[in-house]
Design a protein around this ligand. Sequence first.
Ligand SMILES: Nc1ncnc2c1ncn2[C@@H]1O[C@H](COP(=O)(O)OP(=O)(O)OP(=O)(O)O)[C@@H](O)[C@H]1O
Length: 263
Amino acid sequence: MSARGAAAEAITAARVRKVYETPSGPVEAVAEASFRIARGDFVSILGPSGCGKSTLMLMVAGLEPATAGSLRIDGVEVSGPQVDAGMMFQDPTLLPWRSVLDNVLFPIGMRRRVSAADRERAEGLLRMVDLWGFRDKRPRELSGGMRQRVALARALIGDPRILLMDEPFSALDAITRDEMGLALARIWDTTHKTSIFITHSIREAIFLSDRILVMGRRPSTIVEDIRVPFERPRQPSVEADARFNELYLHLKASIHRTTAGAA
Ligand SMILES: Nc1ncnc2c1ncn2[C@@H]1O[C@H](COP(=O)(O)OP(=O)(O)OP(=O)(O)O)[C@@H](O)[C@H]1O
């Protein structure tokens, strides 16, 4: 690969495989996955339950070692936990006894002394996620959507090279979920973070992504890699575009085919 190619590519997965060793025998979570994600791209992963999406993300984060294949971030082989990756999960996992501001600063405090510049950055992020007025509240005083916005600010506090999100909105009600999608799209418009976003919502994936990867089951591998044709910044009105519905139906059929094939 040329130096130029390496610079433009943030994440490269080449024939990555994962087999979990369990007391009842080996479980093949990812058979073989290959993909490239350019710097600044927002890529969603769709696929049936159990096809290995979370495992793939954990390998990118360096939290699970790959059994075979190669995973690189900015050209460097992933060999352990990536401190330069911001992460979000379905559960925001905030510390209940800490304020919103201190929760956002938590990852910094784990590594070193929190500076005035860190506080300033945390405050800026809380403004960006519309929680400035809640900075001194405790997590229990917030709604589910607000807690996830704290988790998003926390994921961004270290200005990570990549943002990894595993079904971050799936525990939210439909209206809050739509609001979170809009908030994330708006925040991506300012940060342009290279992002991997796992979701079961095809609409959410289309609305947010530059590209969508579909994972299949048995074998667990990438079966589709689709570029989303809509311009940014994205507006909710994009859902009225005929191409949105076409893409939705195409992806739905693709996921259905992989599920049917798994029987
Ligand atoms: N730590 C583990 N030990 C053993 N097996 C595991 C482990 N984590 C996941 N698996 C298995 O690996 C396979 C893929 O799981 P994974 O959670 O990656 O799928 P997923 O596509 O993210 O599923 P979902 O959409 O339901 O969250 C499943 O069969 C699962 O049971």
